[in-house]
Design a binder for this molecule. Structure first.
Ligand SMILES: Nc1ncnc2c1ncn2[C@@H]1O[C@H](COP(=O)(O)OP(=O)(O)OP(=O)(O)O)[C@@H](O)[C@H]1O
Length: 482
C-alpha cells in the first residue's frame, strides 16, 4: 500500500484529503508544518508527499528532495507559481480548491511515474533476500549522479509548458527523455509526434512538417495535414534539429513566433498549440556561427537546455543497463537470460561506447543470440577494438543503429548459429565491417541515392546518416537533396 504524507495547516482540508485518499486505498500520515513533516519522515519512508505551498513557517517546497516526489497544492495558482514550484523540483502542482478526481489522477499519475519504493517499515523476507531489479524512471534506467541530475531536471521542466532543447551524443536516450517530458506534462493525453529531421529527405521535409494543399508541387495530388498539425494540443519532438534545412528553419520560426502554420501552397494560416521539444547531437552554436542554423531559431528553441551524459560518463550504469537489457531482450527472444561474468563486466566498464545505449543494446542482443554459455565473458561481447571480430559476421555491418519496428533484428542481427559457416556471411577480403561500410558508401554514393544505399546496406536512412557522421564520410549535398 502506498504511503502518503499530507502536509497542510488547515485541519478541514487535511482531514478531507485524508478521507479521500484512505477511501482509495492509500495509507496516510498527517503533518501541519515542515518540521512535523520531517519528524514523520524519520519514522516512515513515504512514496509521495502532498504539501500545501504556504504553511506557517517554512513553505512546502522545503520538503522537495531527490528521494520522495512532492505534489504541491496552492491556492495561488498562477503560471508563475507553478513554474517556480516546478523549478524547485516538485513533480506536480494542483490548484486549491481541487476536485477529487483531479487530485486522485495527480496522485496516481505521480506514483506510477516515480516507481514507488517498497515500503520499508516492515520489509518482507523476499525483499531482504532478493534485491529488486532496478526500475527504469519513465523507461530510463540510471542510478549514477549525472543521470539523477537528468531525472531531477526532467521533473522540473516537464510540467511547465516551455520549449526544451535536449543535447547529447547519438544513442544517449534523447528521445526517451523527450517522451518522459511529454508523459509527465499536462499534454500527456494528446499525442507526441516525433520527427527525425535527418531521416526525411530535404525535398520532403517542409511538406511533412507543415502539410500541403493539393497541387502545391508536382506529385501533391491531394491536400495533407503536416506533422505539426497532427501534434496539435500535444508535443512535437524534432530530433536532429541541426539537420533542418535553412528554408524549413524560417517556417518553423514562424510557428514558434505566431503559433500558426501555413501549409505549402496555401495562403491561409491555422492556429496550432504545440509544445516543441528539439534534440541534437551537434554543437548548434557552432552551426549558428557557420551560418547553417538561424540564431533567432536557436534562441527560441533553447529556452531550457537538458544535457544527456554519454554512457562512458555514467559509471556503473553500464552494468545496470546491461543486466536490464539481458533480461528484456532474452524475454523478447524467448531464450533464458545469460548472466554477466566478471571479465564481461570489466570490458563493459572499460569500453568507450561511441554509440552509447543503442550500441549496448545491439551488443547485448548479439551476445544473447551467439553465446551458448549461461555466463557471458568479455569475448562473448565482441566489443570493437577489444576482441577479434567474429569470423561469421554478416556482410551487413553490425554497428549501433536505431531500429524501427519493421527493420528490427532482420537487418542488424548477425546470422544465426545455423549459418555461421555459410560463405555468404564471411566478410569480403577480411575487411573489417566498418571498412566495408566506408568502401561501399564511397564506391556507390555517386550513382545511388541515400535511400538506395541504405537499402543495399540493409539499414535505415537514419542509420546510414549516423554512420556517415561517425565514420567521417558526410554526405555531399546534391542539388536535388536525394
Ligand atoms: N537510460 C536508458 N535506459 C534504458 N534504455 C535506454 C536508456 N537510454 C537509451 N536507451 C535505449 O537506447 C536506445 C537509443 O535511445 P534514443 O533513441 O532515445 O537515443 P537518442 O539519443 O535519441 O539517439 P539519436 O540521437 O541517435 O536519435 C533506445 O532503444 C532506448 O530505449
Amino acid at each position: 500500500m502506498s504511503q502518503i504524507l499530507i502536509v497542510e495547516d488547515e485541519g478541514i482540508i487535511r482531514s478531507a484529503l485524508r478521507r479521500l485518499l484512505e477511501r482509495n486505498g492509500f495509507s496516510v500520515t498527517e503533518a501541519s508544518t515542515v518540521p512535523e513533516a520531517r519528524d514523520a519522515q524519520q519514522k516512515t519512508q513515504f512514496d509521495l508527499i502532498i504539501s500545501d505551498l504556504r504553511l506557517p513557517g517554512a513553505p512546502g517546497t522545503e520538503l522537495i528532495q531527490d528521494q520522495t516526489p512532492v505534489l504541491i497544492m496552492t491556492s495561488y495558482a498562477s503560471l508563475r507559481s507553478a513554474i517556480d514550484t516546478m523549478k524547485q523540483g516538485a513533480v506536480e502542482y494542483i490548484a486549491k480548491p481541487f476536485d477529487h478526481d483531479e487530485m486522485l489522477a495527480a496522485v496516481n499519475h505521480t506514483l506510477s511515474q516515480y516507481s514507488p519504493k517498497t515500503v520499508t517499515n516492515e520489509p518482507s523476507a523476499a525483499a531482504e533476500t532478493a534485491p529488486s531489479p532496478p526500475e527504469p524512471h519513465n523507461g530510463i534506467l540510471g542510478e549514477s549522479p549525472p543521470m539523477q541530475r537528468v531525472f531531477k531536471q526532467i521533473r522540473k521542466v516537464a510540467a511547465v509548458d516551455t520549449r526544451v532543447l535536449i543535447l547529447g551524443e547519438s544513442g544517449t536516450g534523447k528521445e526517451l527523455v523527450a517522451r518522459a517530458l511529454h508523459d509527465q506534462s499536462p499534454r500527456h493525453k494528446a499525442p507526441m509526434i516525433s520527427v527525425n529531421c535527418a531521416a526525411i529527405p530535404e525535398t520532403l521535409i517542409e511538406s511533412e512538417l507543415f502539410g500541403h494543399e493539393k497541387g502545391a508541387f508536382t506529385g501533391a495530388n491531394a491536400s495533407r495535414n503536416g506533422l505539426i498539425e497532427a501534434a496539435d494540443g500535444g508535443t512535437l519532438f524534432l530530433d536532429e534539429i541541426g539537420e533542418l534545412p535553412i528554408e524549413a528553419q524560417a517556417r518553423l520560426l514562424r510557428v514558434l513566433q505566431e503559433k500558426e502554420i501555413r501549409r505549402l501552397g496555401s495562403v491561409e494560416s491555422r492556429q496550432v498549440d504545440v509544445r516543441i521539444i528539439a534534440a541534437t547531437h551537434r554543437d548548434l552554436e557552432r552551426q549558428v556561427d557557420e551560418g547553417r542554423f538561424r540564431l533567432d531559431l536557436y534562441y527560441r528553441l533553447n529556452v531550457v537546455a537538458l544535457e544527456i551524459p554519454p554512457l562512458r560518463e555514467r559509471g556503473d550504469d553500464v552494468i545496470l543497463l546491461a543486466e536490464y537489457l539481458l533480461d528484456q531482450i532474452s524475454q523478447r527472444l524467448n531464450v533464458p537470460a545469460p548472466k554477466l561474468g566478471r571479465s564481461a563486466r570489466e570490458a563493459l566498464l572499460q569500453y568507450t561506447w561511441p554509440g552509447n545505449v543503442r550500441e549496448l543494446e545491439n551488443i547485448i542482443e548479439r551476445a544473447i543470440i551467439l553465446s551458448e554459455d549461461k555466463r557471458l565473458q568479455a569475448e562473448d561481447l565482441h566489443l570493437p577494438g577489444q576482441t577479434p571480430q567474429p569470423q561469421y559476421e554478416s556482410r551487413r555491418p553490425f554497428t549501433p543503429e536505431k531500429r524501427t519496428s519493421t527493420e528490427h533484428t532482420t537487418h542488424s542481427a548477425p546470422p544465426s548459429r545455423a549459418n555461421r559457416n555459410d560463405p555468404a556471411h564471411l566478410p569480403p577480403n577480411d575487411l573489417s565491417l566498418e571498412d566495408y561500410f566506408v568502401r561501399f558508401v564511397q564506391d556507390n554514393q555517386e550513382e545511388m541515392s541515400e535511400t538506395e544505399l541504405a537499402r543495399k546496406l540493409g539499414i535505415s536512412r537514419k542509420c546510414l546518416w549516423e554512420r556517415r557522421q561517425r565514420l567521417g564520410i558526410p554526405r555531399r549535398k546534391t542539388a536535388t537533396g536525394r
